[in-house]
Design a protein around this ligand. Structure first.
Ligand code: SF4
Length: 704
């Protein structure tokens, strides 16, 4: 289908300094866990977005010197000639697709813990990081300032040599240039502190020096946070940012505008739970109002209508995306080809970001199982090979996230017939009720995208309202059987703290419930509710929010030191705490129930079991742990037996998703995708080895 003309403006070329973007789609700097030391993964990951139509693609934050070492997290690095070689491959592959390559030059100051290099980072003032605890910087004197500015210049030259077209002097997320600009970090009394002119001096001088070094060959980008939401001490739009833009606009080729500091950067990389797309537009528009240069910025844009509106409204010139480009690297191409219903929209869950926050592992994505797998598994998000055993029928029992994704990919791989059988009246599994939690409506995109795609695949049939038992599966007539029956919340309080059930816990009682009983079956609770959360992610806190909003008096009890600790990694924690605090939810940490009965819960401190507390409650909700719903699988394997299945013509028998082990939705989607990608391997049950990028030594040479 041709492109809708109303989106033409998105595909107009745009000039940034000495470079031209072929359209207005820009992949903003974002981490992927590959850095400079997994160059093949890095290059293939970024190149997929260029293939998908992005006109410019950036590295993640790219360290300019060993003093800016973020280990345990993984950044790119441009420290020496070997880094030039490694990141140069990314540039070459982007150029092959007609995209520009951008490098985000980064010096972290006190936020860089230097765990690998053991250097001491430098900063405007000697104040420890508000993000990376126990990291103290050295306060910079004038020689330090010249030296660090020299690091930027040398790194910019290396970026040019690698083939980058755009170099950033990156400040936002509270990194060094913005630390100088911001009183919260800058307590200096010399010409680099105090007045705006003084606080702006370091950043201005650095941009000038980088521009002089590479400005004829590379566009100069500046990424700035326009509000840290810290009141007087933090960077402010009117007081600091707009005057700074006017001060240096002449020497900047493109502005990359966002908000927040690093310690609450979920205000920038907004979880959909708290913010809609385009949240940053007012700040971006303010900068556009004073700058003569193109302005780009993120906003979790997945809708081309909102993109066009942002441009026509004078807020942005270039549509930058981070998470939507992970969820669907082919977003621009699909808009260009009029295939809007094929866009795999980001759900704003921030599972991708959680991997960076944890440090180390490659990113994953709830929506796009191929993200991070481009090189190491050779997966392409839009291309599928016909399966060698495509002349088989496949029966998938269960249409949750894993079953749906498996059916979609098997359909794409041309299996003769895929029968997706579900006991309920629609697809989705747990993702039918999870999006009904407060704020999680966008998570329904996991189901919606797959429903649309499955509907388009003529060889995939969805069969609702059909409960198959073992006999039914055995006699179904499919050669390949995949059990995807999901999981359920424990009804007896079994949990990962005591590794035991909780005496008296019993969700068959009217006063006791599991999450799905409340969300999927409508089980009601009394007015005074105690939620036992040993899970630590979104379910317990979401239930607390929902029940408190319904007017219940809620106590949220966890054996952990924090409620929902995984939400620190998804950047949801600060706003979740604020919300529960406002709703007057009582938060109880380091406590585990020792006995539950109608009207009362007894709990103990996890480190002091003799210290017991009594809680008078009407209802108890058990968010203790999940279990696999493996009854059908076990019956087929253990009672019917593999030999009997084979004699019925079933040559492949597998299980996927929560039915194997309960886990993140992203991991269930991956599991279904992985099995479908490898359904014609020698043993599809066992994942094929992936390519590992690592240094391999020759022992003889080392010992010689
Ligand atoms: Fe979007 Fe979630 Fe994928 Fe990140 S993990 S890109 S937030 S869908």
């Amino acid at each position: 289908m041709p492109r809708d003309p109303k989106y033409d403006i998105l595909f107009e070329p745009i000039q940034i300094g000495p470079k031209t973007m072929k359209n207005r789609f820009y992949q903003i700097p974002h981490c992927n866990g590959f850095g400079s030391e997994k160059p093949l993964n890095q290059a293939h990951f970024r190149a997929m977005k260029a293939e998908g139509g992005y006109a410019a693609v950036c590295t993640e934050y790219c360290s300019i010197h060993p003093e800016s070492d973020d280990t345990h997290r993984v950044s790119a690095r441009l420290w020496d000639d070997d880094d030039i070689k490694n990141l140069g491959l990314m540039c070459d592959m982007l150029h092959e697709h007609g995209a520009l390559a951008a490098a985000e030059l980064w010096y972290g100051g006190p936020h860089a813990p230097c765990m690998e290099t053991r250097c001491v980072p430098r900063a405007p003032s000697q104040i420890p990081s508000d993000f990376e605890h126990l990291t103290y910087p050295k306060e910079m004197d004038k020689d330090d300032i010249r030296e660090v500015q020299g690091f930027y210049v040398e790194a910019a030259k290396r970026a040019r040599e690698a083939g980058f077209d755009i170099v950033y002097v990156y400040g936002s997320h509270s990194y060094l240039p913005q630390q100088f600009l911001t009183p919260y970090y800058n307590r200096r009394t010399d010409e680099y502190g105090g007045s705006l002119e003084n606080r702006a001096r370091f950043w201005r001088e650095t941009i000038e020096q980088v521009k002089e070094a590479v400005g004829d060959d590379c566009a100069i980008a500046v990424r700035m946070s326009t509000d840290m939401f810290m009141g007087e001490a933090g960077t402010q739009l009117e007081r600091d940012c707009l005057p700074f833009v006017e001060l240096v606009d002449e020497i900047v080729d493109v502005w990359d505008i966002n908000v927040s500091g690093i310690s609450e950067w979920g205000e920038d990389a907004t979880p959909s739970r708290f913010y809609e797309s385009g949240r940053l537009l007012p700040w971006q528009k303010a900068v556009k109002g004073v700058s003569k240069k193109p302005v780009l910025g993120v906003g979790r844009f997945t809708s081309p209508d909102l993109m066009v509106e942002a441009i026509n409204d004078g807020a942005l010139d270039i549509i930058a995306t981070c998470r939507p480009s992970i969820s669907d690297p082919f977003l621009p191409k699909k808009i260009d080809e009029g295939r809007l219903d094929d866009i795999r929209e980001c759900i704003g869950c921030n599972i991708c970001i959680s991997r960076w926050e944890i440090g180390g592992p490659p990113l994953i994505c709830t929506q796009n199982a191929t993200a991070g797998e481009e090189y190491r598994r050779g997966w392409h998000p839009e291309k599928f090979e016909k399966a060698a055993n495509a002349d088989n029928d496949v029966l998938i029992v269960g249409a949750g996230p894993a079953g749906m994704e498996c059916a979609r990919v098997l359909g794409e791989r041309g299996m003769r017939r895929v029968h997706l059988v579900e006991g309920q009246d629609d697809m989705g599994g747990i993702m039918r009720w999870i999006p009904q939690f407060p704020g999680l409506g966008e998570w329904a995109r996991v189901v919606n995208y797959r429903k649309i795609q499955i509907d388009k695949l003529k060889n995939v049939e969805f069969i609702p309202n059909t409960k198959l038992d073992a006999e039914g599966v055995k006699n179904y007539g499919a050669e390949i059987v995949i059990v995807a029956t999901g999981g359920y919340w424990a009804t007896d309080g079994l949990n990962g703290c005591t590794h035991d059930t909780i005496p008296g816990a019993d969700a068959s009682q009217a006063w006791c419930a599991t999450p799905e009983q409340i969300m999927a079956e409508g089980k009601s609770t009394g007015d005074k509710v105690l939620i036992v959360d040993n899970d630590g992610y979104f379910t317990g806190v979401s239930l607390a929010e929902k029940l408190a909003e319904e007017g219940k008096q809620v106590t949220l009890m966890t054996h952990l030191g924090h409620i929902a600790p995984y939400m620190h990694f998804t950047l949801e924690a600060p706003n979740m705490h604020r919300k529960l605090h406002k709703l007057k939810v009582e938060i109880v940490t380091y406590q585990i129930p020792t006995e539950i009965k109608e009207g009362n819960v007894t709990s103990a401190h996890v480190y002091d079991e003799e210290h017991l507390t009594e809680w008078g409650v009407d209802s108890v909700v058990l968010v203790t742990q999940r279990r696999s719903n493996e009854a059908l699988y076990r019956e087929l394997k253990d009672s019917v037996g593999i030999d009997a299945l084979v004699s019925e013509g079933i040559t492949g028998f597998y299980r996927i998703g929560d039915c194997v082990a309960p886990r993140l939705v992203a991991d269930c989607v991956f599991d279904g995708h992985r099995l479908a990608r490898e359904i014609d391997s020698d043993n599809p049950e066992v994942p094929l080895p992936f390519k590992r990028e690592r240094h391999v030594i020759e022992r003889e040479a080392v010992l010689a």
